[in-house]
Design a protein around this ligand. Structure first.
Ligand code: HEM
Length: 247
C-alpha cells in the first residue's frame, strides 16, 4: 500500500508501510522491537540531524550577510520568482549552496559526540600512537573540524574553502557523517533535503535575528542540539530580485 504523492510526509509514511508489508501487500511480520528500532532510526538518525543542520546553516548565513548575499545570487540565477519549492534538478549542482551546507556541517556537526570504535585484537596505530587491542577509541567531529592545520580560521564560516581544486584535500578530514563501514547511510538523502529546503527558504523569504550580535545556545547531548532561534521572517520581493540578477 502506498499513499498519493500529494500527501505530506510521503517518504516517511511510505517507509513505515514498507516496514509493515511488502510491495504485494503481504505482511512482513516483523517483531515489535524491530519495528520500534527501525522507526527510531528514521526519526532520530534521519530527522533530528538534518533539522539541526538546517538550523545551523541558517544561523551562520544570518551571522554572515555577505555569504548570504552570494548564496542568494546563485539561487536567484536558477529559480523563477513564482517557484515556491525549489525543484531539486535546478539546485542540486549549485556549488556555493553545497559549500555553505558543508561549512555549517563542519563548524557545528549535528552529531558532535565522539562515536566509539573498538581496536582489533592485535591493536592498531592511530595518529602515530600504538593502541592495544580491544580498546575503545573515539574522536569528536566538533574537535577534528577545528584542526587549524587543515581548516585555517576554523571558527569562521568560510564556505569558499570548499570550492576549487584544494577542497578535495579537505574531504578526508570532514567527518560529520562519520566514515567507513558504519558511516551514515542517509548522507545523500540528507543533502537532497537540505539543498531543496535551503534554496527554497533563501529564495522566498528574508530573515532577521533578534540582533546582529545575538548568539544561539547549544546543548551537547548525543547530538549538538541548538536552543530556540527567534526569527523575523517576511516575503522577498522576487520580481525586484530577478531584475537585479538580470541587470
Ligand atoms: C545532516 C544529517 C545527518 C548527519 C549529520 C548524520 C550523521 C550520522 C553519523 C555521524 C553516523 C555514524 C554513527 C556511528 O558511527 O555510530 C550516522 C549513521 C547513520 N545514519 Fe545518519 N546523519 C544524517 C542524516 C541521516 C538521514 C537523513 C538518515 C536516514 C534517512 C540517516 C540514517 C543513518 C543510519 C541508519 C545510520 C547507521 C548506519 C550504520 O550503523 O550502519 N542519517 N549518521
Amino acid at each position: 500500500m502506498s499513499l498519493p504523492a500529494s500527501t505530506p510526509f510521503v517518504p516517511f509514511a511510505n517507509s513505515i508501510y514498507s516496514l509493515m508489508e511488502d510491495k504485494n501487500g503481504n505482511g512482513n511480520n516483523l517483531e515489535w522491537g524491530e519495528i520500534v528500532a527501525e522507526v527510531s532510526i528514521m526519526l532520530n538518525a534521519g530527522s533530528d540531524t538534518t533539522a539541526i543542520a538546517m538550523n545551523n546553516v541558517m544561523y551562520q548565513l544570518l551571522k554572515n550577510p555577505d555569504k548570504l548575499a552570494r548564496l542568494r545570487e546563485e539561487i536567484d540565477s536558477v529559480l523563477q520568482p513564482e517557484e515556491v519549492v525549489a525543484p531539486y534538478d535546478k539546485v542540486k549542482h549549485l556549488p556555493y549552496l553545497r559549500a555553505c551546507l558543508d561549512e555549517a556541517l563542519r563548524i557545528t556537526p549535528p552529531t558532535s559526540f565522539g562515536l566509539p570504535r573498538k581496536t582489533p585484537a592485535e591493536g592498531a596505530t592511530i595518529a602515530g600512537d600504538f593502541i592495544p587491542g580491544n580498546t575503545t577509541v573515539a574522536i569528536s567531529a566538533y574537535v577534528a573540524h577545528r584542526d587549524e592545520t587543515v581548516f585555517p580560521e576554523a571558527e569562521s564560516f568560510i564556505p569558499e574553502r570548499w570550492l576549487g581544486e584544494n577542497s578535495k584535500e579537505l574531504q578526508p578530514y570532514f567527518i560529520s557523517f562519520s566514515a567507513g563501514a558504519r558511516g551514515c547511510i542517509g548522507r545523500n538523502i540528507s543533502y537532497l533535503e537540505q539543498t531543496v529546503l535551503l534554496a527554497t527558504v533563501v529564495h522566498r523569504y528574508n530573515f532577521a535575528l533578534p540582533a546582529p550580535d545575538w548568539e544561539q545556545s547549544r546543548a551537547e547531548t548525543t547530538n549538538l542540539s541548538p536552543g530556540p532561534m527567534p526569527l523575523k521572517v517576511w516575503r522577498r520581493d522576487l520580481q525586484e530580485a530577478t531584475k537585479e540578477v538580470v541587470a
